[in-house]
Ligand binder design. Structure first.
Ligand code: NAG
Ligand code: NAG
Length: 616
């Protein structure tokens, strides 16, 4: 609606009174802008109604508004209508146009009234106002181009050109404003997305929406638009590195944190929450490592053993809650610790060697292994000292135990050989094996008699078969080689084989008399006894045994003189006057025995008168 100027205009219209007063005919209308100051002139009502000013005075002209507020007063003297209260068109009429005050000017004597309409024209006295001056939008960054966001409308109570005419939005590349006219003249204000949002670039967008009216000058009101760009899971987690390298000493306890991987996700909230998991990794490796799903710590789940595996590759996946992922690889290198003792393997072993084995005879072959590497796996071996065996390396980690000097079972019949191997780790680990090497016997010792010669005594008149004594020979060898047999060596005594005098028990070495000896016939004799062992060939030695026969008093003395014949007495002649001490005769006797047994003494046995003779 065009209101070209604000000057007052009169309009005279026909008006059919609805009041029951005296009929009245015409009405006057004025047009004034709102907001005129109190006392401002509206119009010369007297003139416009064609009335004399006196008539107004005398007729007590007054304004009748019914119940409505009185904005206008009548000055009877001047015959004009004046503003009594400032009129706000918007208060009075709101958006209704035209806006007019209708009232009556009532006169008395005669009673009559006139209808007056005062149109209140709009002035641009209202700024467009947004009831909600803050508009908050939460828009996902994944919102598609063309998405519409309804904005609050501003309100401008003014009407016509003073009313709200247009909206403007802060320049932004993301949004464009779109106004849609509604049938009722209102506008729908929309913000259209024309370029995708990217939370990672700009999370908050502050815009100002201005509403502008058509007044001159125009007035405008603004509202803040606060767009929060909501994260869409448009970013996958990204590992800081695609290849991680870490080391772990073997035998590190379970639960050792080996390394930490980290992925970040440019998104926000749940979309940026990264969880870690092991993926695409061999099941056995999975059994050894685990990843803390929240912080990315790689943790050992079991003891790692350098000897079983030196490198492990673990693929770790980082996932956000939206299912976007990234992966990285961790190479875990296991550091060798000296955790393995050398292992001594006896490859081949002779438990028994003959005592006549030549030096350099190989007794045992030994192999050593150490599962560790580097110095931890370098091994040195040694054997105990003071044994006739040395350890000779043959090649790397192979050794021979070799005899290096003469053996003698009779000196040492077994050796305990302790092979000790130590590695060069710090601290060093070692292990040892003890072998028992037995030295087998060779018949290298002849029996040896306990004495270099024997002498034995036997009393004559012995019973045949009497054991005279025992010879004993020892043999330092073993078993059969040491089993000694005694043999009487052939010889003759007085032209008689010695075997007719004595015998030797082969097993025991006991010498028996074969016959009864007569000292008076043979006083001693000697022979040889041989001791022979059971070796093959046998070894022997001999010893001289001398037998001395001891005398027994087995022979009575025999009187040789005077000779007795046939039991007759022997007569001796003695002179009558023989003096005392006269030798009558000499008795001569002998004894076949020897020694004391042959010592003779004489005494008178029978005498008629003992006082007459004596014997010396
Ligand atoms: C060898 O060792 C065994 C068992 O320990 C022991 O009985 C034997 O006397 C040892 N031999 C030597 C010659 O030390
Ligand atoms: C007896 O032993 C000696 C050395 O002790 C030896 O010379 C001699 O030949 C041996 N006699 C016999 C019959 O073996």
């Amino acid at each position: 609606m065009e209101m070209p100027d604000r000057t007052m205009r009169r309009q005279v219209l026909l008006f059919i009174s609805i009041l029951s007063l005296t009929s009245v005919l015409c009405q006057v209308s004025y047009s004034i802008p709102e907001e005129l100051a109190k006392g401002s002139l509206i119009g010369n009502i007297a003139q416009d109604l064609g009335l004399d000013r006196k008539r107004l005075t005398l007729g007590k002209a007054r304004i009748f508004t019914g119940d409505s507020a009185e904005y206008i007063e009548l000055n009877r003297e001047r015959g004009v209508l004046l503003i009594k209260e400032k009129i706000d068109r918007e208060t009075l009429c709101g958006q209704t146009t035209p806006c007019a005050l209708h009232f009556q000017v009532i006169l008395e004597s005669p009673m009559e009234y006139y209808t007056v309409a005062v149109e209140i024209t709009d002035i641009n006295d209202n700024t467009p106002i947004f009831e909600k001056s803050d508009m908050v939008f939460k828009i996902s960054e994944s919102a598609v181009i063309g998405s519409k966001f309804l904005l609050e409308r501003a309100i401008d109570p003014d009407v016509g050109t003073n009313s709200l005419q247009s909206y403007f939005l802060t320049k932004t590349e993301n949004f464009v404003l779109k106004l849609k006219d509604q049938p009722d003249g209102e506008k729908i204000v929309e913000m259209i997305l024309q370029k995708s949002l990217d939370r990672e670039k700009q999370e908050e967008i502050f815009l100002v929406l201005a509403a502008v009216d058509g007044g001159k000058p125009s007035l405008s009101g603004t509202a803040q638009i606060h767009v929060t760009v909501l994260d869409a899971n448009d970013n996958a987690p990204v590992f800081k590195k695609s290849d991680y390298r870490a080391t772990i000493p073997e035998n590190a306890p379970k639960g050792t944190v080996i390394t930490k991987v980290s992925a970040s996700d440019a998104d926000k909230g749940p979309n940026s929450k990264v969880t870690y998991s092991i993926s695409n990794t061999a099941a056995d490796v999975r059994g050894m490592f685990e990843i803390n799903e929240l912080n990315g710590d790689l943790i050992s789940k079991s003891n790692v053993d350098y000897e079983k595996g030196r490198y492990y590759q673990i693929h770790v996946q980082a996932s956000d809650e939206g299912g976007l992922t990234d992966s990285c690889k961790i190479t875990v290198e296991v550091i060798d610790m000296n955790d393995n003792k050398p292992i001594i393997n006896i490859m081949s072993q002779t438990n028994v060697v003959s005592e006549d084995s030549k030096p350099s005879t190989v007794v045992t072959m030994v192999n050593v292994q150490d599962l560790d590497s580097g110095d931890n796996g370098k091994v040195h071996c040694a054997i105990n000292e003071h044994i006739p065996v040395t350890l000779k390396p043959t090649s790397n980690m192979f050794f021979n135990l070799v005899i290096d000097s003469d053996l003698d079972r009779e000196t040492a019949s077994e050796y305990n050989i302790t092979v000790t191997c130590s590695d060069e780790g710090v601290p060093s680990l070692s292990s040892s094996v003890t072998l028992t090497l037995q030295i087998s016997d060779v018949n290298d010792n002849a029996p040896v008699f306990e004495r270099s010669s024997y002498e034995a005594y036997i009393v004559e008149n012995n019973t045949p078969g009497l054991s005279i004594f025992t010879v004993k020979a020892r043999d330092a060898d073993w078993n059969q080689n040491a089993r000694v047999s005694y043999i009487l060596e052939d010889s003759s005594v007085n032209g008689v084989p010695v075997s007719s005098y004595v015998s030797v028990s082969a097993d025991s070495g006991v010498i028996h008399a074969v016959r009864s000896f007569d000292y008076e016939q043979i006083k001693d004799f000697h022979f040889r006894v041989k001791a022979q062992d059971g070796g093959s060939p046998p070894l022997s030695s001999n010893v001289t045994v001398k037998i001395l026969i001891q005398d027994q008093n087995d022979n009575p003395p025999q009187v040789l003189y005077p000779v007795q014949t046939g039991g007759s007495l022997v007569a001796e002649m003695v002179p009558r006057l023989a003096d005392v001490g006269y030798l009558v005769t000499k008795v001569v006797a002998v004894d076949l025995d020897s020694g004391q047994n042959a010592w003779l003494s004489y005494k008178l046995q029978k005498a008629t008168d003992r006082a007459l003779f004596e014997v010396g």
